[in-house]
Design a protein around this ligand. Structure first.
Ligand code: FES
Length: 114
């Protein structure tokens, strides 16, 4: 038996880990996660992709995959990305969020957790 599900509210829901640690352990905030989040929000809006039935970009705390950071994950697909710069964010927006094509080269290696 499968759990009941409701219709999808967003086509793509993106979460950026913005977690900052002060104990010296790896964290996404040390890799310009805030700037990447801001860039993604801006690009999604600029391309008219934001809103119900389309795309939502949210902040998140630690997603427990810090070794692969900085991390963003796209649902409902459950696609995990490790990005480096603004060009990577722009590619995720253009390819995945706009055209539904996963950016293979930015996928977080599956073995990387916390
Ligand atoms: S600090 Fe970003 S995934 Fe843990």
């Amino acid at each position: 038996m499968t759990a009941p599900s409701s219709p999808q509210y967003y086509e793509h829901h993106v979460f950026f880990c913005l977690n900052q640690r002060t104990n010296g352990e790896a964290c996404c905030a040390d890799h310009n996660a805030q700037a990447a989040f801001d860039r993604c929000k801006k690009q999604v809006k600029a391309q008219g992709l934001a809103g119900p039935g389309k795309v939502r970009v949210n902040k998140a705390g630690c997603l427990d995959r810090c070794q692969g950071g900085p991390i963003a994950v796209v649902y409902p697909e459950g696609t995990w990305y490790t990005y480096v710069d603004e060009a990577d964010i722009d590619e995720i927006v253009e390819s995945h969020l706009k055209n539904g094509k996963v950016v293979e080269r930015l996928l977080t290696p599956p073995h990387l957790g916390r």
